[in-house]
Design a protein around this ligand. Structure first.
Ligand code: TXA
Ligand code: MG
Length: 313
């Protein structure tokens, strides 16, 4: 693909105006959300959406998440339901994506949904994401801003490391607070957890008043559901208590490491640090040993990412 100069923008008035202008012109702009940096394109322009797939080197059958300011906007693209209302009013803006039937006359590129009759949609909480959506005043399709199959970016530097020269701009607004992608709940049939993420499953179940169904892996072609997604180049060994041979160690709680997800065993801190730690350890070129992380709350999403990163490939 053609190389372009990637502009680094700041989240001030000029930067946001420029970013919105670039999106309108069909260019790609990476921007911060509370979860990870997204690689944004105007969701109505097929060519722009196609450019996302080529910049990421992503298999084109993977549908993307559409970002909107709020539930009012979401209703233009998705068929709303009582359950959608409960979840959106509890967790939006925030790290929750809803998969809903597409609304007639939605006007979105069919590449966004990969031709599915449903749409994945969310209202991000990050003030800069919100400011960009307000300035752009339209739906923004955005997967994580990393080359396909690689670790998700939680800083603008991560974005540049993977996509410099392949996208028009990145808005640099520091590290992402949550550090894990959004939780995805399918509402096309019974409420189904399609991907663990930034909102703990327990919180969603509490809001619904019942348990979620668990999505079939590979049921829908969700890259978050492909076994070796989120992979660093290095080999990963999980549930390690200490480094062996030439491994570098990622610690958690009482288990120390070259880096630690959280010395105090705080799962929110661990989630926020996960991808950055993997980026840093991967850069050493050595295999990575990872301490075990409890499988509760955000720990489920962390373990999901770690298991995929460790999957044979
Ligand atoms: O936190 C996040 O969700 C980040 C930020 C940028 O918002 N975005 C993100 O997007 O993680 P991406 O493209 O890496 O993941 C999109 C996920 C995939 O697992 C995809 O298959 C699923 O959403 N998805 C999209 N449309 C779907 C649909 N109609 N049905 C089921 N899954 C869908
Ligand atoms: Mg991704």
């Amino acid at each position: 693909m053609a190389m372009t100069q990637t502009q680094i923008l700041f989240p001030d008035e000029n930067g946001l105006k420029r970013a919105a202008e670039l999106l309108r012109s069909g260019a790609l702009v990476a921007f911060p959300t509370e979860t990870v940096y997204g690689l944004g394109a105007d969701a109505r322009q097929g060519i722009a959406v196609a450019a996302i797939y080529s910049a990421k080197g992503r298999p084109s059958f993977n549908p993307l998440i559409v970002h909107v300011a709020d539930a009012e906007q979401a209703k233009r693209y998705a068929q709303w339901s009582e359950t959608a209302e409960i979840l959106a009013s509890t967790f939006w803006p925030g790290p929750l994506t809803l998969v809903l039937p597409l609304h007639d006359g939605h006007g979105l590129s069919s590449l966004v949904t990969a031709g599915l009759p449903s749409i994945a949609i969310r209202a991000p909480a990050h003030p800069t994401a919100q400011a960009l959506l307000a300035q752009f005043d339209g739906p923004v399709a955005a997967p994580s801003a990393n080359p396909s199959g690689r670790i998700s970016p939680t800083t603008a530097a991560h974005v540049m490391a993977g996509l410099n020269g392949r996208i028009a701009a990145v808005i640099d607004d520091g590290p992402c607070a949550v550090g894990l992608e959004s939780t995805i709940v399918g509402l096309v049939n019974r409420p189904t957890l399609l991907r663990a993420g930034g909102v703990p499953t327990e919180a969603i179940e509490a809001a619904l008043g019942h348990a979620l169904e668990i999505g079939e892996e590979g049921n829908i072609t969700a890259p978050g559901q492909l076994a070796s997604h989120y992979a660093p180049q290095a080999k990963l060994r999980l549930n390690a208590t200490e480094a062996r041979d030439d491994e570098v160690m990622l610690g958690f709680g009482d288990v120390p490491g070259d880096l630690t997800l959280s010395r105090t065993g705080d799962l929110a801190e661990a989630a926020a640090r996960l991808f950055d730690c993997l980026h840093q350890l991967d850069a050493t070129g050595r295999p990575i040993a990872v301490a075990s992380v409890p499988h509760t709350g955000l720990g489920r999403a962390i373990n999901d990412r770690l298991t995929r990163a460790a999957a044979p490939r």
